[in-house]
Design a binder for this molecule. Structure first.
Ligand code: ATP
Length: 219
């Protein structure tokens, strides 16, 4: 059980969960974590690199690298914990399971699931999404219309969430046209749009990628 449970009974703890492949974590991930911490007034934010992502077809970079990069990407943010439970869990990672665990670990807390607009639009494909909604408030950041390989653009067009018929709260974060796919493409030399990896990922992550020769080959 978390030591944070000993707080004042008047204000339930506010605990965030931010999951992703983080392959690699980039500036938009850090901005999203920072925004969530501030705007949701979180007492704790769990960053959860996914284990076996049920919805990604690509083979992910080994978990130890993604965890090490998350430690660097989110370094210095207060009340943030890189949580390895989904990596240690056997089988696919389901958010419903993680939220159920967090609910037990922080009894009486208000849980928030932090995600980008693309994930909100796909939310009803998630396994046991109804359980997720019962456990947590969805807190959503806008994302540009172009994601994946096309993400790095100057477009200010955000994905349209007007048709979403499930409850969610919006995080006020400016658009970050960036994706892990675009970062990997940059490292492979397939994209020359930016001269420097530091523009796409925090410096510690850029160093880690070059030290460990990650993303040199297309996957
Ligand atoms: P990939 O390009 O490999 O699919 P990604 O950049 O989308 O990766 P993930 O690790 O899959 O990164 O994303 C984790 C979470 O961060 C998701 O909820 C996703 O919506 C959100 N996210 C990622 N990039 C952005 C962005 N540029 N703006 C807002 N949210 C983002």
């Amino acid at each position: 059980m978390s030591e944070l449970t000993a707080q004042s009974p008047q204000r339930p703890l506010r605990v965030g969960m931010f999951g992703g492949a983080f392959d690699p974590p980039h500036w938009a991930h850090r901005a999203l974590a920072e925004t969530a911490l501030q705007q949701l007034e979180l007492d704790q934010l769990h960053i959860l690199p996914t284990g076996q992502a049920w919805h990604k077809t690509r083979v992910l970079t080994p978990a130890e690298h993604r965890v090490a990069m998350c430690e660097r990407a989110f370094a210095g943010l207060p009340r943030v914990l890189v949580d390895q439970r989904e990596i240690r869990r056997d089988g696919p990672s389901y958010t419903a399971d993680t939220l159920a665990e967090l609910a037990t670990e922080y009894p009486g807390a208000r849980l928030f699931l932090i995600l980008g607009a693309d994930q909100l639009l796909a939310f009803k494909t998630w396994v046991r999404w109804q359980e997720v909604l019962q456990c947590a408030t969805l807190a959503v950041a806008s994302r540009g219309v172009n994601i994946g390989a096309e993400a790095v653009s100057d477009s200010q067009l955000a994905q349209d969430l007007s048709g979403v018929d499930i409850p969610f709260t919006r995080l006020g974060m400016p658009l970050h046209n960036l994706s892990a796919t675009a970062v990997r493409a940059q490292v492979q030399g397939r994209s020359r749009r930016y001269p420097d990896l530091d523009v796409l990922v925090p410096e510690g992550v850029a160093h880690y990628i070059s030290e460990h020769h990650l993303y040199r080959h297309a996957t």
